[in-house]
Design a protein around this ligand. Sequence first.
Ligand SMILES: [Zn+2]
Length: 716
Amino acid sequence: MRTHAFAASIGAIALGVVGVCAGIAPAAHALPDRAATPKTLVIGVDGAAFDAMTGASMPNVQALQAGGLTAASNMPANPMAPTVSGPGWSSIATGVWPDKHRVVDNNFSAPNYAQYPDYLSRIEAAAPDRSTATIGTWGPISTTIFGSAVDLRAQGSGDVDTTSRAVAQLQLPETDDLFVHLDEVDGAGHSSGSSSQAYRDALTVADAQIGQMVAAVEARPNYAAEDWLILVTSDHGHTPGGGHGGSTKLERKTYVIAQGSEFAPGTVRHDVRISDIAPTVLAHDGLAIDPAWDLDGTAVNALHADDFDTLRPQLRTAQQESGPGQLLGWTDQAPSGWSVDNSRMPSGGAPEFHGWTFMTDDFFSNVELGQHRENNVRSRDVFAVADSDEWADVSPRGGNTFDSTLVSPAYELNGADTAQVSFVSDYAVDGPQGASVWATFDAASGIPRQKLVDYQSDGTRENPVNAVEHMTIDLPRDAAGALPQTMSLQFSYSGNNSAFWVIDQVRFSQPEAPVAPAEFSISESTVAAGGTVTIAGSGFGAGETIVAELRSTPQELGHATADDTGALSHELIIPEATPAGEHTLVVIRADGSEIAQPLTVTTAPGPGTDPGTDPGTDPGTDPGTDPGTDPGTDPGTDPGTEPGADPGTDPSTPPGAENPAPETPGTGQPAGSVARGGAQLAVTGAAGAPVVLVGAAAIVVLAGAGMLLARRRRSS
Ligand SMILES: [Zn+2]
């Protein structure tokens, strides 16, 4: 790579807010076939302008496009970094932008590779057995950008030599991950410009060299058992007359072309950036991407469209702006669920920037060059823009202060007491302006809005925030202590011919809501044998069926099914044969866990005894009376449905005879108390008989005093 005439000098950009990359979790469909060995080849073509490639004969690259992914992508430009190779290849190799890797020219004076190493070094750290290599024509590729952990770092004397070394490397069985850099397209661009035939010829030569490398991959003896990802990209383009470093479309427009098992043939995407190359390679190799790495890129198949991206079909051409040309690149129509409050927005100004509007990077960054818009690297596809500078450039206007609020959908809250919000935020300043993010809640809650973010301005030209903002919100409660039902976000920006604020990828999430423990109560704490009680429960699974059992010796009382809210209510008949005494009413849940409540059973009123004399109030009286309570009449309480429930409840034992219930076994709960459920009670039936579940149902058992005592102890 020759030395370029362009010289840029900017300081490291200090960020007011340190962002953390969006969570990267490779989607299941993105995982390569684990039966095959993952292998990767990334080929970088220096200075290959994407828009010039369509006019050149490049059959090998076109074959890769036809078989996989094509994604055009803009490089940042000044003031973040000029469109030159040091920053460009560093962004490709590391997966972060120049404000993190700090390579802002070709002098590599203060690179931050220690914090943001190249992807081959990350592969070596995670999987030292993999064989990694980089071969490049431009020297810094193998000496500086890729680190010493890489197994092989070699420089070719020219692209022919580099290609032949790369082919030899691809013929080695052990080669796993290879980065190749070709430099001579850039040379042709400098000599003749990107509109020249010489430049197109150089692209064709590079294409043939790419073809040699692809052929070497496909000729590997073990190719059928390997899973290759082949990627082609570029660090920058060239002006029509030659040269780069500036902010024009031809200089900034690069691309990610990829063929591999994770990409369907002919895939075209608008949300991919060159920072995604490194994580895409890591994901292909099955290596976990640690959020602590703070990568800007995301494995391509882990990218998710946001609401703004749905506007792409509605994008239209500029009304007054001339920079974007005939590009379909903006709309003032908010996506579904979103709205823009322009009630404080003066009339007039540039129509494309009248309040919050939505646009692509091709549109936004080309309205006027060199005003920080090229720094907007963390937005993808379509994003939201509030730009007081560009708006103010058109007269007449009804005032000087741009003031507009973007309002998100009302997100349903799930009952958890926190919520997480994240969004890309690119806030540039060049005059008086301010911005804030508010959380608002459903009107019924009466909870006032809360400010989440406050960006100020001292009026100097800067880009103090260019990050992914993450925040956890402790949700406020209303006067009665209840959480709000919904939460919405308001993005408010005002500025007087200053700069702009870009918002993208607004994500809202909450932790799982706490699950209320299942519980039930019994309508009566004491019931006569043969009488009825009603159980009322809540906190069960929607549609969960439980079975109620009475445990003396276990006898099933009935089934109940919870409604959609997890509540249930069911009347149970206490068998007449139930001995008087302290019992346990057990609800057995679908998962086999149990919830128990004490239940006192009194002697059933005999046929001749005055039924009107409150039989339930005096469990201790006359335990021996009425021996004729027909112990044989009720063996059929659901016989056979519960094999372990033993419905034949020992009919030879006279009721009451064995149940003096002298101890009040740990029934610390008053009548009507609520049993909280779960696993605190062991799943055993009386006398060690297992409780038998019927299908997805649970059972309620009545247990005698001794059982209850044992259970209480276990639970305490
Ligand atoms: Zn160059």
